[in-house]
Design a protein around this ligand. Structure first.
Ligand code: SF4
Ligand code: SF4
Length: 58
């Protein structure tokens, strides 16, 4: 699954803009809703801060 690394994220919002299923919510801090994410990878490609990582768990 894809996750946003809080310490690296600059809250620019690009990932939320490109996500085709609106799985990234900017409420407070940017987070990916795992139940909505289709693992397309667009958010990771768009992130200028390399703040989006893939994790095996879940
Ligand atoms: S991997 Fe795709 S579906 Fe999942 S949060 Fe990123 S842009 Fe959205
Ligand atoms: S694109 Fe990267 S830096 Fe910008 S809000 Fe998303 S995770 Fe944070």
């Amino acid at each position: 699954m894809y996750i946003i690394l809080e310490g690296k994220c600059s809250n620019c919002g690009l990932c939320a803009d490109v996500c085709p299923v609106e799985a990234i919510s900017p409420i407070g801090i940017y987070r990916i809703k795992a139940e909505l994410c289709i693992s397309c990878g667009l958010c990771q490609e768009s992130c200028p801060s390399e703040a989006i990582a893939i994790t095996d768990s879940g």
